[in-house]
Design a protein around this ligand. Structure first.
Ligand code: ATP
Length: 585
């Protein structure tokens, strides 16, 4: 029962989106009424023709009625075509609007949200899911309006011909509209689990394709294949169950329509026998009875097709309603970081990813002077990347604050803050497009010369020019055909082009060959000049020259100083250096 109420709520909310295209809906309703009018005209004209035949009128008197009915068919052909075209335009508009809304929300929710979701599920929701809203938004809503108007008009006409038969027709129509709603609890459960199984199957596929190398390398393809097969079987079962329920529902509807038309015909015949209505009126009841049933059958089909969208709407509204954990002030600062090189200060910073999880950072306080380079080191899991996540405001700390340029980062506009920080992430994500486009995304308005200068500064220009199409070379999926070192240099080129005063280098953990390492190091030294830089060092060979080295251990800042000072201290840093020396990194 709860889900029944919920779904009506979801439908109501979805209908609000139809409000955004109300003009289009109104036109569609008008066209639909036009189509219905041709059906009614055809039925009435044919009924008249039949009654003329019954009254043995000359054949020539039938001609205007038959020509009129043919005219109605022709007009309907034209209107139906317009109707279909219009429906597609409307569908495209409303789906684009919803996609934009959902994507915008996902962007605003940011990595803090995405990190905890399966990408396959989000993909099926935003692509197939929104697609499945079409029957409800574009067909069901306008259709129910046009049915209400047409049904009322036919009902009134039949009622005036004979109140009893007319009343029976109207009651039958109302039952046909109402019956599908009785099966909502049954069908809704089945369609929700159908959609879940589809989304899960999709997520498994995306996982398997993204992790193809690992699956092959660990010979785990068979196990994953078995999991996929199990998910596919589950999906198949859900599909069959869903179809069965739908068939029960439409069967019930067909039965109801059949019974209703029999009762109407019998009633009309009986009333003729009593001399209350003429034989001509019986023909009108028979023909119009069919016209009442046709839109009801359409409505039932639209309702069924809408149900998938309904279960998706549940997930979409969960995203749309999700509260933003990262918010902006009413009048955020969007200027201060333009003026000078910023200093960075962390004040008693504590953060845990979840309330029940161990704190990833605990009471960390740190000062990095303007233009200085600070390296953050520590064992794996000590909280280094978490610090980057907090600096970029992917998450906000539960306690303490981060000040950049003397201002709490929560006082800056989010876009502004992120535009003043250039990051070279551990893993370089390359988007589908050309190499040039991938560099330019750091500053979309930059010209070709600026892109080339950035690539040169990042020591990437030469390898790009050696590719067959240079900067126009298309990047394969996630840059799979480029080496790790080449991908890193593209990431550095992006950071150079962004030209932000604060630079974060989350060093790549994967090793690159010595030549590539030297090229990357040289490029990094170039870009670090005249910037405040934080280097998250997963390998220690690169940070000896940092102005300050900060050592994290289990989320706490345990040591701070220069390379020499920390070695002399013989603490965590010295141990890290010794371990890396032994393992040869
Ligand atoms: P590494 O050098 O191995 O990259 P790190 O020092 O960068 O490690 P973090 O990635 O900051 O370590 O992780 C700190 C802690 O937070 C770890 O216990 C980790 O499991 C946890 N953690 C990191 N990211 C998330 C996340 N998105 N959700 C929940 N916990 C996380």
């Amino acid at each position: 029962m709860a889900s029944y109420r919920y779904h009506l709520g979801a439908y109501g909310r979805l209908a609000l989106y139809v409000g955004a295209i109300k003009h289009e809906v109104a036109i569609k309703v008008i066209i639909s009424l036009g189509v219905n009018a041709t059906y009614i005209a055809q039925a009435v004209l044919m009924a008249r023709a039949v009654s003329l035949v019954f009254s043995r009128s000359p054949l020539s008197t039938l001609i205007p009625y038959i020509l009129g009915a043919l005219g109605a068919v022709a007009v309907r052909g034209i209107l139906s075509r317009r109707f279909e075209i219009y429906a597609k335009v409307m569908a495209a508009k409303v789906k684009t609007k919803i996609r934009f809304l959902v994507f915008d929300k996902i962007l605003r929710l940011g990595p803090g949200y995405i990190h905890h979701q399966r990408s396959g599920r989000i993909q099926s929701m935003t692509l197939d899911g929104i697609e499945s809203l079409e029957p409800f938004l574009v067909n069901y809503v306008p259709h129910i309006v046009s049915i209400a108007i047409t049904g009322f008009a036919i009902g009134l006409y039949l009622f005036r011909l004979d109140w009893l038969t007319g009343l029976a027709t109207i009651v039958a129509m109302l039952l046909c509209v109402g019956v599908p709603y009785l099966t909502v609890p049954l069908v809704s459960r089945s369609i929700v689990s159908y959609w879940r199984s589809y989304a899960s199957l999709n997520a498994q596929y995306v996982d398997s394709i993204q992790g193809m190398n690992t699956l092959k390398a660990f010979n785990a393809g068979k196990k994953k294949g078995a999991e996929l097969a199990a998910d596919a079987l589950d999906f198949y079962r859900n599909q069959i169950r869903n179809t069965t329920y739908s068939l029960i529902d439409s069967g019930l509807m067909m039965l109801l329509m059949g019974v209703a038309s029999c009762i109407t015909a019998a009633l009309a015949a009986y009333r003729t026998d009593l001399g209350i209505i003429t034989a001509g009126s019986v023909a009108v009841f028979l023909f119009l009875g069919i016209e009442c049933a046709r839109p009801m059958a359409d409505l039932n089909a639209y309702w069924h097709n809408s149900f998938l969208g309904l279960s998706v709407a549940e997930g979409l509204f969960t995203i749309i309603d999700r509260e933003l954990s990262i918010t902006e002030k009413d009048k955020p600062d969007t200027l201060s970081l333009d003026r000078t090189l910023p200093e960075v200060a962390l004040r008693s910073l504590s953060f845990a990813y979840r309330a029940d999880a161990r704190a990833a950072l605990q009471g960390v306080s740190l000062d990095i002077g303007a233009g200085q380079t600070a390296a953050v080191v520590g064992p794996s899991g000590s909280g280094k990347s978490t610090l980057v996540n907090l600096l970029l405001r992917f998450y906000d700390p539960q306690e303490g604050e981060i000040r950049i340029g003397g201002t709490d980062i929560r006082d800056y506009g989010l876009d502004y803050l992120q535009s003043r920080i250039a990051v070279v992430f551990q893993e370089t994500y390359l988007f589908s497009g050309t190499i040039g486009e991938n560099i330019r995304m750091a500053r979309p308005d930059s010209d070709d010369a600026a892109v080339i200068r950035a690539a040169q500064a990042a020591n990437a220009h030469d390898f790009i020019m050696a590719l067959p199409q240079g900067y126009q070379t298309p990047i394969s999926e996630r840059g799979a055909t480029l080496s790790g070192g080449e991908r890193q240099r593209l990431a550095i080129a992006r950071a150079v082009l962004k030209d932000a005063p604060l630079l974060i280098l989350d060093e790549a953990t994967s090793s690159v060959d010595a030549k590539s390492e030297a090229l990357i190091q040289q490029a990094l030294e170039r870009i670090m000049k005249d910037r405040t830089t934080i280097v998250i060092a997963h390998r220690l060979s690169t940070i000896k020259n940092a102005d300050k080295i900060c050592v994290l251990d289990e989320g706490r800042l345990v040591e701070e100083g220069t390379h020499e000072q920390l070695l002399a201290r013989n603490g965590v840093y010295a141990r890290l250096i010794n371990t890396q020396r032994k393992t040869g990194e």
